[in-house]
Design a protein around this ligand. Sequence first.
Ligand SMILES: C[S@@+](CC[C@H](N)C(=O)[O-])C[C@H]1O[C@@H](n2cnc3c(N)ncnc32)[C@H](O)[C@@H]1O
Ligand code: SF4
Length: 396
Amino acid sequence: MPASTRPMAEAVPTPDTLAIYVHWPFCRSLCPYCDFNSHVSEQVDHARWRAAFVSELDHYAEIAGPRRITSIFFGGGTPSLMAPETAAAVIDAIADRFTLDAHIEITLEANPTSTEATRLAAFADAGVNRVSLGVQALDDEALKFLGRTHSAADTLSAIQLAAETFQRYSFDLIYARPGQSVIQWQDELAQAIALSRGHLSLYQLTIEQGTPFFMAQARGDLDMPDEGVSAALFETTQDMMTAAGIPAYEISNHAAPGQECRHNMAYWHYRDYIGIGPGAHGRITADGNIHATRQHRAPEIWLRRVEGRGHATQTDEPLDTQSVIAELAVMGLRITDGITANNFRARAGVTLDEVIEPAVVKRLQEAELIVYDSAGLRATPAGLQRLDAVIAALFA
Ligand SMILES: C[S@@+](CC[C@H](N)C(=O)[O-])C[C@H]1O[C@@H](n2cnc3c(N)ncnc32)[C@H](O)[C@@H]1O
Ligand code: SF4
């Protein structure tokens, strides 16, 4: 860690827990909507990557000090293309360097192609105990439009295998696709609910800059749903998920009570996490400051840097109080529980009362966009739909 300039108003106590994110940057092919750090590579030397992950873990284990690990998340890219031995080596290395929580959650993102589905058991043997499948859609035409390489039939077999292999599994769907009507989405979502076990991630299609879909939209080739249809699709989603007993706990994430993704909750509760692998981010408390870290994004450069000096950290900056407050707001208000007063005080070193204007709170409460009480601050369902404006008003 660089010498700290002590930018926080007061020293932040080091938490005793830690979450760990591991980024696998490779995919079989690239999907036209995706702007994640994903790359196609014919040749991946799995043994080199395995050793590099363990090196970077060593680097951050030294910085973080003794901690209890509550979750590990293998994300991507497509981590189901990783050799299961790599997941095993990373999990074993984490167990050697830290204490594992008795209820540790270890999630792997997987694509539902037939080859990857057959490897789920090997990942379970490696220690993975939860899988998140990138289903995206349940019909062949939509899958083709989204550039996916799996069919609806592959998807159903992968979900079945996941259900047989893991107690906890989730899958992602992308809705608000061009031409999708509320009735079509209701049918698809009803099918998804029937296939689910306590957790679903339901994302509205967003057009990310620099993606093929962005170019298609600029040419006028994508007939995206207008604001009214998007709002109707969002409301239908909330209603159906609540009725199914899997309500939203975050804008796009839905869980039966107790089935929330613990790893993502660590981000939204603004807990410490380390990120290893190309482009991974971390937030680590050390020397009384919360440090924002980021690893080099390009896979080959990342690998060479780790092999050369043990890690490929590109940024490591202590955050000042204003930045911590902004991050607490953006992360915490996404979840239905919101920001707790105690956590805000512990992480920012100031109280919510000291930061937010009573007149703004009153206005937003009267508009039924937020609730602010002794427990903390949270957005109402209406507030969640206008979250950017709510955050801007409160924390400007
Ligand atoms: C890291 S990505 C996917 C991991 C895995 N490679 C896959 O494709 O299933 C995580 C999820 O983000 C969602 N996602 C990615 N880009 C999106 C976009 N532009 N709009 C909506 N959802 C998106 C997808 O549902 C995806 O499964
Ligand atoms: S959606 Fe998944 S498979 Fe497609 S490019 Fe992104 S990370 Fe890769």
